[in-house]
Design a protein around this ligand. Structure first.
Ligand SMILES: Cc1ncc(COP(=O)(O)O)c(C=O)c1O
Length: 390
């Protein structure tokens, strides 16, 4: 079956966080939203059919995570990432961030230090702070247009209070797909200093040609005992609204501690429809997924070429994965506030402000390219016209 990702789908008045808050948050209800990381595409037919089928049953009592879901998830991880998972290791979570929050609660004490690598997904900061811990930044370094980890700085920042690192792999917003060697080096440092690695791999399926995602624990048997792998079908299959995620905890002691902690939170289990959506995604969504990747690859090349050829004032970091582009607007010589106003009110587009991701990033904005190409053209051409008038 051929999916048509060019098909326009009106998302206004659908209870969409990305589309239905434009007036309230940005004072421009007609802007094109390219901020929140979900996609403007219809999901695979298998997901829709699976849900419709279940709705026909018409009884929606408390749910469980079905064995057939575990089978589908385990097979997906094996086929896509060569990651062998045992069913017992998988702990359901209503989202990756709620799962990370619980991990912080289970494995740290108030005042402990947790490392992040900025610029990074803004909830990494808030989830640490709301749990009473301290954010320690090990900033990524931009070298020749590509971000790298700074291992010397990482080791220098580790103290007796450092208990955890939240790794973003692939990295939002800079789009790096970390190499085996980079992850091994990071893991060796964490092993040496007894630091727990919470590896947020929610973007791991969106990886471009020429790159390969490596699941952190597949690098070294010993990494299994110092890590939790967080993954979800939410980004890959555009089902974030169902709030489904998996924390894969292969070390029994860590898993028991995590489960003990979550017991106190009275989380009852899986939404019936969420369970169907994620099972159908992993079991029958492959064809849709392959076509999605092709479309995103073309979108990425289209935007990069447009910027290189027609918006030379901007610099875009070429992503290796994720449908998020990290764009440097510093040549426009605007303050952070002026830049956002210019984009929202002159160019009619909502991007994510760079300073959400890191203190020094006010001249950057993050663009979500998981939308119909026609919308990308509209936005880029408007930006070209408005920038030429400056
Ligand atoms: C790196 C990363 N982690 C987690 C999330 C959110 O995941 P969830 O909605 O499952 O909490 C996002 C969403 O953009 C993300 O980019």
């Amino acid at each position: 079956m051929k999916y048509n990702f060019d098909k326009e789908v009106c998302r206004k008045n659908t209870g969409s966080f990305k589309w239905d808050t434009l007036e309230e948050k940005f004072n421009n209800k007609d802007a094109i939203p390219m901020w929140v990381a979900d996609m403007d595409f219809e999901v695979s037919k298998s997901i829709v059919d699976g849900i419709k089928n279940r709705l026909n049953h018409s009884v929606f009592g408390y749910g469980i995570t079905s064995d057939s879901y575990f089978e589908a998830f385990i097979l997906w991880m094996k086929n896509q990432h060569n990651y062998d998972i045992k069913k017992d290791w998988v702990v359901f979570s209503p989202g990756v961030i709620p799962g990370i929050s619980r991990a912080i609660g289970a494995f740290t004490n108030k005042g402990d230090e947790i490392i992040v690598q900025s610029p990074v997904y803004h909830h990494f900061y808030s989830v640490i702070e709301t749990n009473g811990c301290k954010v320690v930044d090990n900033p990524l370094v931009l070298k020749n247009g590509r971000y790298e980890m700074d291992f010397i700085d990482l080791e220098n920042k580790i103290t007796d209070k450092t208990k955890m690192i939240i790794l973003c792999s692939p990295h939002n917003p800079v789009g790096r797909v970390w190499s085996f060697e980079e992850l091994r080096q990071l893991g060796d440092i964490c092993l040496k200093h007894n630091i727990l690695v919470i590896s947020d791999e929610i973007h791991s399926d969106i990886v471009y040609k020429g790159y390969k995602h490596t699941v952190f624990t597949t690098i070294d048997e010993r990494f299994k005992d110092i890590s939790i792998i967080c993954t979800a079908p939410n980004k890959t299959f555009n089902i974030a609204g169902f709030q489904t995620a998996n924390m894969v905890i292969s070390n029994k002691e860590l898993r028991e501690k995590y489960n003990k902690f979550t017991e106190n939170q009275f989380f009852y289990g899986h939404s019936i429809l969420g369970n169907i959506a994620q099972e159908e995604a992993y079991k029958n969504g492959y064809e849709w997924y392959v076509q999605l990747l092709e479309y995103l690859e073309e979108n990425k090349e289209y935007v990069i070429k447009f910027i290189e050829n027609r918006l030379p004032q901007l610099k875009v970091v070429r992503p290796e994965g994720t449908y998020l582009l990290w764009i440097d607007f510093s040549n426009l010589s605007m303050s952070e506030e002026e830049l956002s106003k210019f984009l929202i009110h002159k160019c009619g587009v909502i991007l994510n402000e760079g300073n959400e991701f890191g203190k020094e990033c006010g001249q950057y904005q993050r663009m979500n390219i998981a939308t119909q190409r026609k919308k990308l053209t509209t936005v880029l051409e408007k930006m070209e016209r408005e920038i030429s008038k400056l």
